[in-house]
Design a protein around this ligand. Structure first.
Ligand code: PEP
Ligand code: MN
Length: 300
C-alpha cells in the first residue's frame, strides 16, 4: 500500500512509511499523529470532545428506573457534565447479577436526554444490538470486555455515530489502537479512546489506572483520549484524586459514575460518586484545567 502510515510502538517512535511492509512490531495505522497533527474533534450531538474544553461524561453505571436516571441526570447537568452515561445492556461478570433494563432502559435514556438536553452514551455489547442502540443513543460505547470483538468493532464502524472505545483490561496500547483501526476502516472516524484501568498483579484497587497511557496515546494518535477513574480504581474515595491526575496528564475528558443514592445502586455503587462529591470535584477540576490552559464547565 502506498503512503500508509507506519507506527513503531515498541521503539516509542513513529515514522511515516511510503509503502514498505510492516515488520516486527510495526503496524499500519490511519490513526496516526504524524498524519493528522491536531486532535480530532468528535461531535456528540454538538458537544465537542477533543477541543480546548474538557468534557465530563457522568451518570449511573446502569439505568435502573426513570426516577433514578432523571434525578441523577439533573444533578450531573447542574454540576457541569455535558454528556449523560448509563448502561441499558450491562456486561456483568456474574450472570446472576442485574443485567440492565435493555430496550426499556434505552427508552428512559432517550426521554431524559430530551428533558435535560444532555446527549447520551450507552454500551452496545453485541452486533445484533447496534441498530437498536443507535436509534436511541448519541454515542455508542464499546466496553472493555469487547475491545477485541472484531465483528462488533466493524459493525459500529458502519454507523455514523461517535464511538467511545474503552481499553481492554488486558490490552496493550498497540492492541487498543488497532481496535480503533477496525472502526476507522469502516469509514467511521468518530472515535474517542478511553483508558479505564488494566489488570495487573495489584489487587488493592479494582484495576490499575494506567495514566501513562494518556500521554502515550496523545503522542501516537490524533484521536481524543478520555479517562474513566471509576472503573480505573473501583473506589469512590479515590475517584476525585485520579480524575484530577487524569486532567493534569492531558486527558480530553472524563467518564465517571454518579448515582443519586450510591448505597442503593444495583451496579457499581461502591465506585459511584454522590451528587455532592461530584459537584465538589467539578469545582476542583476547574483549577487543574486552568493550570494547563484548558477550560471545563463550572457548576451552575
Ligand atoms: C461501563 O462503563 O459501564 C463499563 C462496564 O466499563 P468497562 O467496559 O470499562 O468495564
Ligand atoms: Mn460500572
Amino acid at each position: 500500500m502506498l503512503n500508509i502510515s507506519l507506527l513503531r510502538i515498541n521503539g516509542m517512535e513513529s515514522k511515516i512509511s511510503s509503502g514498505d511492509e510492516a515488520s516486527g512490531c510495526s503496524v499500519q495505522f490511519k490513526n496516526n499523529k504524524k498524519v493528522q497533527k491536531e486532535t480530532a474533534r468528535i461531535s456528540v450531538n454538538g458537544t465537542l470532545i477533543g477541543g480546548p474544553e474538557i468534557i465530563i461524561i457522568a451518570g449511573p453505571c446502569a439505568v435502573e428506573s426513570i426516577e433514578q436516571l432523571a434525578e441523577t441526570a439533573g444533578y450531573v447537568k447542574k454540576s457541569g457534565a455535558k454528556i449523560l452515561r448509563g448502561g441499558a445492556f450491562k456486561p456483568r461478570s456474574s450472570p446472576y447479577n442485574f443485567q440492565g433494563l435493555g430496550e426499556e432502559g434505552l427508552k428512559m435514556l432517550q426521554i431524559i436526554s430530551q428533558e435535560t438536553g444532555l446527549p447520551v452514551v450507552t454500551e452496545v455489547m453485541d452486533t445484533r444490538q447496534v441498530e437498536l442502540v443507535s436509534r436511541y443513543a448519541a454515542m455508542l460505547q464499546v466496553g472493555s470486555r469487547n475491545m477485541q470483538n472484531y465483528p462488533l468493532l466493524k459493525e459500529v464502524g458502519k454507523t455514523r455515530k461517535p464511538v467511545l472505545l474503552k481499553r481492554g483490561m488486558m490490552a496493550t496500547i498497540e492492541e487498543f489502537l488497532l481496535a480503533a483501526e477496525y472502526i476507522l476502516n469502516q469509514g467511521n472516524d468518530q472515535v474517542v479512546l478511553c483508558e479505564r484501568g488494566i489488570r495487573t498483579f495489584e489487587t488493592s484497587t479494582r484495576n490499575t489506572l494506567d495514566l501513562s497511557a494518556v500521554p502515550m496515546l496523545k503522542s501516537l494518535t490524533h484521536l481524543p483520549v478520555i479517562v474513566d477513574p471509576s472503573h480505573g480504581t473501583g473506589l469512590r474515595w479515590m475517584v476525585p484524586t485520579m480524575a484530577k491526575a487524569a486532567i493534569a496528564a492531558g486527558a480530553d475528558g472524563l467518564i465517571m459514575e454518579v448515582h443519586y443514592k450510591p448505597e442503593e445502586a444495583l451496579c457499581d455503587g461502591y465506585q459511584s460518586l454522590d451528587p455532592d462529591e461530584f459537584d465538589q470535584l467539578m469545582v476542583d477540576l476547574q483549577r487543574i484545567a486552568l493550570a494547563i490552559d484548558r477550560n471545563i464547565a463550572l457548576p451552575q
